[in-house]
Design a protein around this ligand. Structure first.
Ligand code: NAD
Length: 241
C-alpha cells in the first residue's frame, strides 16, 4: 500500500487518465476525494468520496480542496482544442486557459497553505507532451495551455521546495481515453486518424490510462521524495524521435 495514510484530491476522475489514477490511488490505500464535472461518471469508485465539481468554478473548487486538506493534489481536468492558430478564437483561447491552466492555479492556491502547515505534500499536474516538449499538428491552443501547466508547476516547485511540498507535471503522449475516440471520430475518418496516431508512436501503440496512473502513484508517494519541478514524459518514445 504505497499511499496508505495519504489524502488525495483528484479532478476529472470520472473517465480516462483521472479515473485510472483514482482507481490506482484507492488500490494503494489512499483516502480519495474523486471529483468530476459529470458526477454520474464517478459511479463505481468504491471507497472514494465522490461529488460533482466544475474546476472552472473557482469558489466551489477552492472550498472543496480546502475541505479535503489533501496530501496529494492531482489536477487532471483538461480539454483538447483541435486546430492550428488559424482556427483558434478568443473564446476558445479563454476556455482552454481557464480549464487547463487557471483551474490548476486555483486548486494549488487552495491546497498549498494546508500542505505547508502539515509539513509537506505532493502536487501532480497533468500536462502533455504536446507543450514545450514537442509540437503536434493542430494542437495550437492545447500546447500553449499545457506549456503553461509545466511552467506553473515548476514555479510552485521552486517556491515550495523548502517547505516540503513537491510539484511535478506528467506529460503523456497519446493515451486511450473516451475523449481520444471523440477526437478521432471528429476527423471524419476514424480509422485513418487512429492509424496516423499509432504511426507516430515508436512503440507502435498508444498508451493506456493505467500506465499514466502508475507514474501518478509514484509521484504522489514518498518514493518520489527526491523529485520536484519536473515534466515527466510518458509517451511511448514519441518525443524521443
Ligand atoms: P477525457 O478527456 O476522456 O475525460 C476528461 C474528463 O474531464 C471527463 O470525465 C470530464 O467530465 C472531465 N471534465 C471536463 N471538464 C471539466 C471541468 N470543467 N471540471 C471538472 N471535470 C471536467 O480524459 P483524458 O483524455 O484521460 O484526459 C485527462 C487529462 O489528461 C487532460 O488534462 C488531458 O489534456 C490530459 N492528456 C490526455 C492525453 C490523451 O491522449 N488522452 C494526452 C496527454 C494529456
Amino acid at each position: 500500500m504505497r499511499l496508505q495514510g495519504k489524502r488525495a484530491f483528484i479532478t476529472a476522475a470520472g473517465q480516462g487518465i483521472g479515473r485510472a489514477i483514482a482507481e490506482a490511488y484507492l488500490r494503494e490505500g489512499a483516502d480519495v476525494t474523486a471529483t468530476d464535472l459529470n458526477d454520474g461518471l464517478l459511479e463505481g469508485l468504491k471507497g472514494a468520496r465522490c461529488f460533482a465539481l466544475d474546476v472552472t468554478d473557482r469558489a466551489a473548487l477552492q472550498s472543496a480542496v480546502a475541505d479535503a486538506a489533501p496530501d496529494i493534489l492531482v489536477n487532471c481536468a483538461g480539454v483538447v482544442h483541435a486546430g492550428s492558430i488559424a482556427d483558434a478564437t478568443d473564446d476558445e483561447f479563454d476556455f482552454a486557459m481557464n480549464l487547463n491552466v487557471r483551474a490548476q492555479f486555483h486548486s494549488m492556491q487552495a491546497a498549498l497553505p494546508g500542505m505547508v502547515e502539515r509539513g509537506g505534500g505532493s502536487i501532480v499536474n497533468i500536462a502533455s507532451v504536446a507543450s514545450t516538449i514537442l509540437a503536434a499538428p493542430n494542437r495550437y491552443l492545447y500546447a500553449t495551455s499545457k506549456a503553461a501547466v509545466i511552467a506553473s508547476t515548476k514555479s510552485v516547485a521552486v517556491d515550495y521546495v523548502q517547505k516540503g511540498v513537491r510539484a511535478n507535471a506528467i506529460c503523456p503522449g497519446t493515451v486511450d481515453s473516451p475523449s481520444l475516440h471523440d477526437r478521432l471520430r471528429a476527423t471524419g475518418n476514424y480509422e485513418a486518424a487512429l492509424e496516423a496516431f499509432i504511426a507516430r508512436q515508436p512503440m507502435g501503440r498508444i498508451g493506456l490510462p493505467e500506465e499514466i496512473a502508475h507514474l501518478a502513484v509514484y509521484l504522489g508517494s514518498d518514493e518520489s521524495g527526491f523529485t520536484t519541478g519536473q515534466a515527466h514524459v510518458i509517451d511511448g518514445g514519441w518525443a524521443n524521435g
